[in-house]
Design a protein around this ligand. Structure first.
Ligand SMILES: NC(=O)C1=CN([C@@H]2O[C@H](COP(=O)(O)OP(=O)(O)OC[C@H]3O[C@@H](n4cnc5c(N)ncnc54)[C@H](OP(=O)(O)O)[C@@H]3O)[C@@H](O)[C@H]2O)C=CC1
Ligand SMILES: Cc1cn([C@H]2C[C@H](O)[C@@H](COP(=O)(O)OP(=O)(O)O[C@H]3O[C@@H](C)C(=O)[C@@H](O)[C@H]3O)O2)c(=O)[nH]c1=O
Length: 291
C-alpha cells in the first residue's frame, strides 16, 4: 500500500516514516513541492504520488502565533485541508485528515464525543474546525481523526520543551487546570496505518466520518510534566519540581480549553483501535530522548 502524507518533518509524518516498515510505503510531500496554501501544488504533488490513500498531517500548529495570523492559519488548516480533500476525491482515493481537541471550548465536564457541539476558543481551533468541514464537504467518505497533546522524539512539542527547560531550571510553573489526553505521534502512526489499511478495502459508512483518537487516560499539563520529569529522574537526570499553577498565572495569546478530553469509544467500536496508556508511551519517548 502506498500512503501519501502531507508534510516533511512534522511529528506525525516522521512517525509514519518510521512505522511504515513493511506495511506501507510512505511518500512524504512537503514544501516546496506541496504547499497546502497553493491548490495547484497540492493537486500536482498528489497526482504524481500515485497512492492508495492520502493522509493530511501537515498543519499550521503554532497555537499562539495563529492569534495574530489567523489568515495564515486559515490558508493552511482550512483552505489547504480542502485542497487535499478535493484532490483526493478527484483521484478517487480515500483521505484521512488529522484534527484537534482545540475545536471544543472545554466547558463540558466529561470527555467530548464526536457529535458534541464544537466551539473553538482560538484562531488555531477555528481554522482546524473549518478544515474538518471543508474536508467532509469535498470528500463525504473522508475520515477525520481528532487527536490531542501530541508529543514524540521528533519536531517541537511539550515533552521536549519540558526536558529542555529542565536542563537549566530546578522548578517550573505548569498549568494544572487544563486537562486532556497526552498522545504519542508514534502511537498515532500505528493507528493511522491500521485505519488506512481498512479504509482502502472497506467502503462501509461506519468507518467514515469523525473519530476521536488519543492516548488512554487523562492528565493536566502539570501531571504530564511531572510524569516526564519522573521518568527523566529514573534515567539519572536531576529532579525538577513542578509548581501546579492556574491558567490565569500563565498568560498566553490563545485561550486553551479547560477540558479537552476526547472519548475514544466510537473509534474502538468501529475499528477496534485503542491507543496505549499515555504514561507508557511517555516512558518510551523519554527513553529514546535520554538513553
Ligand atoms: N502537535 C499537537 O499537539 C497536535 C497536533 N494535531 C494535528 O495533528 C497533525 C500533525 O501535527 P504535528 O505532526 O504535531 O505537526 P508539526 O507541527 O510537528 O508539523 C507540522 C508540519 O506541517 C508542515 N506544514 C506547515 N505548513 C505547511 C504548508 N503550507 N504546506 C505544507 N506543509 C506545511 C510543516 O512543514 P515544515 O516542517 O516545512 O514547517 C510540518 O512538517 C496536524 O493536523 C495538527 O493540527 C492535533 C492535536 C494535537
Ligand atoms: C512551556 C509551558 C507551557 N505551559 C502551559 C501553556 C499551555 O496552557 C500548556 C501547553 O502549552 P504548549 O504551548 O506547549 O501546547 P499547545 O501548543 O497549546 O498544544 C496544543 O498544540 C496544538 C497543535 C493542538 O492541537 C493541541 O492538542 C495541543 O497539543 O502548558 C505551562 O504552564 N508552563 C510552561 O513552562
Amino acid at each position: 500500500m502506498r500512503i501519501a502524507v502531507t508534510g516533511l518533518q512534522g511529528q506525525v509524518v516522521a512517525s509514519l516514516l518510521e512505522r511504515g516498515g513493511s506495511r506501507a510505503q510512505i511518500i512524504a510531500l512537503g514544501r516546496p513541492q506541496l504547499d497546502l496554501s497553493d491548490a495547484s501544488s497540492v493537486s500536482a504533488a498528489l497526482e504524481t504520488a500515485r497512492c492508495d490513500v492520502i493522509v493530511n498531517a501537515a498543519a499550521y500548529t503554532a497555537v499562539d502565533k495563529a492569534e495574530s495570523d489567523e489568515d495564515g492559519a486559515m490558508r493552511v488548516n482550512a483552505a489547504g485541508a480542502g485542497h487535499v480533500a478535493r484532490s483526493a476525491a478527484a483521484l478517487g482515493v480515500p483521505v484521512l485528515h488529522i484534527s484537534t481537541d482545540y475545536v471544543f471550548d472545554g466547558a463540558l465536564e466529561r470527555p467530548y464525543r464526536e457529535d458534541d457541539a464544537t466551539g473553538p476558543t482560538g484562531a488555531y481551533g477555528r481554522s482546524k474546525l473549518e478544515g474538518e468541514q471543508r474536508v467532509l464537504a469535498a470528500h463525504p467518505d473522508a475520515v477525520v481523526l481528532r487527536t490531542a497533546w501530541v508529543y514524540s522524539p521528533f519536531g517541537a512539542n511539550f515533552l521536549k520543551t519540558m526536558l529542555r527547560l529542565g536542563e537549566t531550571r530546578e522548578e517550573l510553573g505548569v498549568v494544572a487546570d487544563q486537562i486532556g489526553n497526552p498522545t504519542s505521534a508514534l502511537d498515532i502512526a500505528d493507528a493511522v496505518l491500521e485505519i488506512a489499511t481498512r479504509i482502502v478495502v472497506d467502503p462501509s459508512p461506519a468507518l467514515r466520518g469523525v473519530f476521536h483518537m488519543t492516548g488512554q487516560g487523562e492528565a493536566s499539563w502539570a501531571d504530564f510534566a511531572e510524569e516526564i520529569f519522573g521518568q527523566a529522574q529514573r534515567r539519572g537526570r536531576k529532579p525538577v519540581r513542578i509548581n501546579r499553577i492556574a491558567t490565569a498565572d500563565y498568560p498566553t495569546p490563545a485561550r486553551r480549553p479547560a477540558n479537552s478530553r476526547l472519548d475514544n469509544s466510537k473509534l474502538r467500536q468501529a475499528y477496534g483501535v485503542i491507543l496505549p496508556q499515555w504514561r507508557d508511551s511517555v516512558s518510551d519517548c523519554v527513553a529514546r530522548l535520554l538513553p
